[in-house]
Design a protein around this ligand. Structure first.
Ligand code: IPM
Ligand code: MG
Length: 362
């Protein structure tokens, strides 16, 4: 088993270092190889996703990813920007199924900007289609308009599109996931306006016939954005397209008040996956040793469970994280009165200690 470790930019290097220490503490037999990605790769090799990094990622059973991006790269040509690395990995590895859980940890109820009773016990799974939609649809670009409101004016355009197989496979992923949970799926679309999402809704409804034990409902994306803050616990599994999923998953993450706690997984049809925290590279706090490494550590747990067939090791990481939270340790993002503020490294140390202790006592 081989893991490609791609820390990336900003806090990426700090948080991935802690996840690697946690993996080492498990003393499992797999190889880890590190490579540059994002802005760091651009600086060293002139490209955010160098051939060598892509090759390593393709050959590995799983990729542990930190974060990419920094404002200083915003002026680069689009193909050279750090974000292209993550998009390139998704596309080249065929990582079409993105799992973004939004879980409210009991001890962190107070960290949300929503009332505690609205989010206590929250456990939503957003399943975002990740290789289609307006993100990858062709054609796209800039041109001079020949029609529309201002013929002759400069314009830019992207293409929203989904094929039947793309919708079918993500719908199946969602129904299968729901079977392991509370057997409810909400499919989010914009069928009232967009052809692409009328088709999405129709195809999801057809696929649903194979899953009569799962309850399906449909919701327009604007309403879903509203319901997520009004009554988030009504949702269980949410399945949606690439762009709506991008937006709703950030909203859902914030409900929990602690985006620094949320892992994510992006899988292809061979169970090969990329695992990354749901948050970004946070250049404003990079290098200070204050970032929360738990989302990345929990992403490593997801990696063990989904791509490396090590469910027991994944459990050990997750219990260790819970134990550390219960002991009152908090990084700055989740700190509150009465708890102990620690840095990135100390948080990693605490998780490692909790894991090692378990090993000794059996
Ligand atoms: C995400 C991010 C990415 C996306 C960016 C960095 C390209 O926002 O993973 O949600 O838009 O998919
Ligand atoms: Mg996003």
């Amino acid at each position: 088993m081989k893991i490609a470790v791609l820390p990336g930019d900003g806090i990426g290097t700090e948080i991935v270092a802690e996840a690697v220490r946690v993996l080492d503490a498990l003393e499992l037999k797999f190889e880890m190889e590190t490579a540059l990605v994002g802005g760091a790769a651009y600086e060293a090799h002139g490209h955010p996703l160098p051939e060598s990094t892509l090759k390593l990622a393709k050959e590995a059973d799983a990729v542990l990813f930190g974060a990419v991006g920094d404002w200083k790269y915003d002026k680069l040509d689009r193909p050279l920007r750090p974000e292209q690395a993550i998009l390139g990995l998704r596309k080249n590895l065929g990582l079409f199924a993105n799992f973004r859980p939004a879980i409210c940890y009991e001890q962190l109820v107070g960290a949300s900007s929503l009332k505690p009773e609205l989010i206590a016990g929250l456990d939503i799974l957003i399943i975002r289609e990740l290789t289609g939609d307006i993100y990858f649809g062709q054609p796209r670009g800039k041109r001079v308009a020949t029609d529309g409101h201002f013929p002759g004016a400069e314009e830019a355009f992207d293409t929203m599109r989904y094929s039947r197989p793309e919708i079918e496979r993500i719908a199946r992923v969602a129904f299968e996931a729901a079977r392991k949970r509370s057997k409810r799926v909400t499919s989010v679309d914009k069928a009232n306006v967009l052809e692409t999402f009328q088709f999405w809704k129709d195809v999801v409804t057809e696929v649903h016939k194979d899953y009569p034990d799962v309850e399906l409902d449909h919701m327009y994306v604007d309403n879903a954005a509203m319901q997520l803050v009004k009554a988030p616990k009504k949702f269980d599994v949410v399945v949606t397209g690439n762009m709506f999923g991008d937006i709703l998953s950030d909203e859902a993450a914030m409900l929990t008040g602690s985006i620094g706690m949320l892992p994510s997984a992006s899988l292809n049809s061979n169970k090969q996956g990329l695992y990354e925290p749901s948050h970004g590279s946070a250049p404003d706090i990079a290098g200070q040793g204050v970032a929360n490494p738990l989302a990345t550590i929990l992403s490593a747990a997801m990696m063990l469970r989904f791509s490396l067939d090590q469910a027991e090791a994944a459990d050990r990481i997750e219990s260790a994280v819970k134990a550390v939270l219960a002991s009152g340790l908090r990084t700055a993002d989740i700190w509150s009165e009465g708890t102990t503020k620690v840095g990135t490294r100390e948080m990693g140390d605490a998780v490692v200690a909790a894991i090692t202790k378990k090993t000794i006592t059996g």
